[in-house]
Ligand binder design. Structure first.
Ligand SMILES: [Zn+2]
Length: 467
């Protein structure tokens, strides 16, 4: 926040300049207010004159007065032609409405670009939901809806980068050199980066190599969908290994959500920059993951298998087994062919880190990540150790007959990403039928029961883990 909420005056949501409240009344609003007052005054005068005449002929035998039915003019109404977006500032809680994209909260002056983008992402999410709810016979419509949602992500992202850049340019010291027209520069990661270099700011600094690859792939996809009816051209086929010349580019709901999530990460950094708060340090964007030959191998795995395993481990947000997104995997390893990726996955499957299901249509098998992957890769990639975390959890559950997993998580105060691989090790020791099969968001199970034989198994697990 730049100003405590409730400070007199208003911050312009677009320029960030602070002025008296009255400065922010639109001239059309002034005119509208005057018209409403004029209408009310005329109405009052008419009423007054009618009242005066109402009794004018009373008592007279020669004059009769019959008032005609009065037709009063309808009250003027005013409407907005533009679409107003209603937001609630996530810093001070002030609710306000703005047209198009605004940068700042009018009350506390905090940057609100990320808030705008979150709203865009929400709308895109609704479009994707709509596409997913279409039946089989409406597949073409579903693809069109997904294409539009995908395009909307990039349009909003580009507009956000543009307004942030234009704001910084406007606020340079007098006499700064004129900048070239922005054009399509923000549809391109490298060009966008160069634009912000003048302000020693890299909007993409928090994205890892794989994430940058996904972002770039999605920007390319948008060009195809927008300008080529989604048909893969030679340039795109070169860019993405999954694509085949002349085929329609693949578009999956999960990809669009992932694309929007990456854009949100970038926009949050822009908000921090606009708010002059210290920026999170840039992540290492060297091509380490993309060039597996240079990475250290894990166990008996090949360099490619090790690199893919590390990538899976780092991509997981909650440490739960899940089905890997094929598009994201391919985008993260632009230097590996589909065959090489298939081999790397088979390598991981050989050591039980993943389960593979071969399908007829997919170029790669469906990948189900197993808990074992975290046990091996977490200590290498994310500096946590599920074994020692499990040892921390065991004393918390030993005396219980039933364990509420979300409550145990709260009690442990461990981050979710560390908690799940650790609790999974314990759950593996619980006898069949005592682990609830109910679905539970963020956790492998909502609860499990413990009987004496489980207690023995957990004790033995603790012994093995301490070795
Ligand atoms: Zn605010």
């Amino acid at each position: 926040m730049k100003y405590p909420p409730g400070t007199p005056g208003t911050v312009c949501p677009y320029s960030g300049i602070r002025a008296d409240d009255a400065e922010f009344t639109h001239p059309d609003d002034r005119k509208a207010a005057a018209k409403i007052v004029k209408h009310a005054a005329l109405q009052d005068m008419q009423d007054a004159v009618s009242d005066m005449l109402a009794s004018v002929a009373r008592g007279s035998k020669s004059i009769t007065y019959q008032p005609a039915t009065r037709s009063s003019k309808p009250r003027p109404r005013f409407g907005r032609r533009d679409l107003m977006r209603l937001l609630v500032c996530d810093c001070c809680g002030r609710d306000y409405g703005v047209f198009a994209i605004a940068l700042f909260c009018p009350d506390c002056g905090a940057p609100n670009l990320a808030l705008h983008f979150a709203r865009e992402a929400e709308l895109v999410g609704q479009q994707v939901d709509l596409a997913e709810s279409q039946s089989k016979e409406h597949q073409e419509l579903a693809y069109r809806l997904l294409g539009n949602a995908h395009e909307d992500v990039l349009t909003a992202f580009e507009a956000t980068l543009k307004v942030a850049y234009a704001y910084r340019v406007e606020n340079r010291p007098l006499g700064s050199p004129v900048v070239k027209a922005i054009g399509n520069d923000f549809q391109n990661i490298e060009k966008g980066r160069r634009r912000f270099e003048e302000f020693s700011f890299d909007p993409f600094a928090e994205l890892e190599t794989g994430e940058l690859a996904i972002l770039s792939l999605n920007i390319q996809k948008r060009h195809l969908i927008g300008h080529n009816l989604g048909v893969v051209d030679a340039k795109f086929a070169q860019h993405a290994r999954e694509a085949r010349l002349g085929e329609t580019v693949e578009l999956v709901a999960a990809d669009i959500r992932a694309f929007a999530a990456l854009c949100r990460k970038v926009v949050r950094r822009i908000d921090d920059m606009l708010g002059d708060v210290p920026l999170p340090p840039p992540v290492d964007q060297t091509e380490e993951d993309a060039m597996p030959s240079k990475t250290e191998t894990v166990g008996d795995l090949t360099p490619e298998g090790s690199a893919v395993g590390k990538w899976i481990c780092k991509t997981s947000v909650d440490g739960l087994p899940w089905h890997l997104d094929e598009g994201a995997l391919i985008a993260a390893f632009p230097n590996l062919s589909t065959d090489q990726l298939g081999e790397a996955l088979a390598d991981l499957a050989e050591d039980d880190y993943v389960n593979l299901t071969h399908t007829i249509s997919g170029r790669l098998p469906r990948v189900h990540v197993r808990e074992d992957l975290f046990l091996t890769f977490d200590p290498i990639c994310v500096e946590s150790d599920p074994a020692s975390d499990a040892l921390q959890l065991i004393p918390l559950i030993r005396d219980k007959d039933s364990v509420d997993v979300p409550a145990l998580h709260a009690e442990s105060t461990m981050p979710l990403r560390r908690f799940n691989p650790a609790i999974a090790m314990i759950i593996a020791e619980i006898g069949e039928g005592r682990v609830s099969g109910a679905w539970c968001e963020h956790y492998p199970t909502p609860y499990f029961l413990i009987v004496d034989s489980d207690r023995v198994a957990i004790k033995r697990l603790a012994g093995r883990l301490r070795e």
